[in-house]
Write a protein that binds this ligand. Sequence first.
Ligand SMILES: *Cc1c(COP(=O)(O)O)cnc(C)c1O
Length: 432
Amino acid sequence: MAEIFDPKPPVKKGFVIEERILKAAARADEDCEAAFKEIDRIARRNGEKVLYAFVNNHVSAACMNGSSGYGYDDVGRDTLDKVFAAAVGAEDALVRHSIASGTAALTTALFGILRPGDKMVSLTGRPYDTLEEVIGLRRTTGGSLADFGIEYDQVELSPEGKPDVAEVFRKVKGAKLAYIQRSKGYSLRPSLTVADIAEIIKAAKNASPDIIVMVDNCYGEFVETSEPTEAGADLIVGSLIKNPGGGIARTGGYIAGKKALVELCSYRLTCPGVGREAGASLDENRSMYQGLFMAPEVVANALKTAEFTSAVMSRLGFECFPAAGTRRGDIITAVLLKNPENLIAFCRGIQAGSPVDSFVTPEPWDMPGYDDQVIMAAGTFNNGASIELSADGPIREPYAAYVQGGLTYATGRMGVLCGLQEMFEKGCLKLF
Ligand SMILES: *Cc1c(COP(=O)(O)O)cnc(C)c1O
């Protein structure tokens, strides 16, 4: 009788990693020591800040319960807004599982504040890909800011990734909103530090004291001991399946900043007149609270994974941005893998070293909104969550893999080693 079902997964006693890769990893561990100390220092400060936000706002057991229907008098939801605001040094915040993504949170804020005839100016060059359709830089679907008569302009970044202050001064005049993107997104520019952001804000407000400064804070939360809201930004916006969800929040986004602006955004989030009074939290409060509580530590693990990635990949001949031992403004590491074979093998290995769907083989595909094919490794608990270890990149020069996340350092480090092992097995690594 033929066996039609093999109930056992292939039996292996543990990960098999080439000796010379392990040697490079051990040297990379030594390279990382000073950086890890600093990461731990930042995590401790942020952990204390988050704990105090819980204590000072009297988070109670009742806050963990959700609401249904209109969600009136949802004490868990309303308290979470206050706790989150305190954790990022803002006057007020909206934290909602019902915000579909980071882009949806940014869109809610832009439409909440801008009116026909207003001008928005990006101070950090062309914004993240998904914002192009929101602003109306790329016409596909309807309903962009441009459709509503909102003008757009941008200040280009220098090759070092800094905006020209004179240009900022000139272009913010007459604009209602200045937009700053903290993270590099899919580019090789350095991500901005909070100090960089403070400097840009100063220039913008010198030229135009009433300008509203909004920061796309994606991937930046808890990377430093302060947030852009503590450096002059009027509004920060981000995703809960990145840093501030701590890997626990199942979906959602946030908007935090000046009270009056957050209120305007609440009318766009639900409707004018209702704002934040409605919006059932269902059963998501507990995971959003717990995620925020975990976030400083989880971000530290992602930063350690990032630092290890830069250290070990550069030891094996692949340039990384940022380089090991340099300042990080977010949790992303771009690894220049030089050719498509290397990029595909590395992403497949990362997938093989992921806790979920490790047995799946990622293929390059035609992702909506991209001209080139894209390969993505994301063996994650929450669909598409990039606070969990993930690696992706367009199949084009310079064949860069963008690596981010790692809920725990041990698993993030091993995921990267699995990426290297797959490259080795495919003949993509020169080892000495
Ligand atoms: C992730 C990200 C966004 C939002 O992306 P979503 O996939 O919609 O959550 C926006 N800006 C930057 C810089 C990002 O990294």
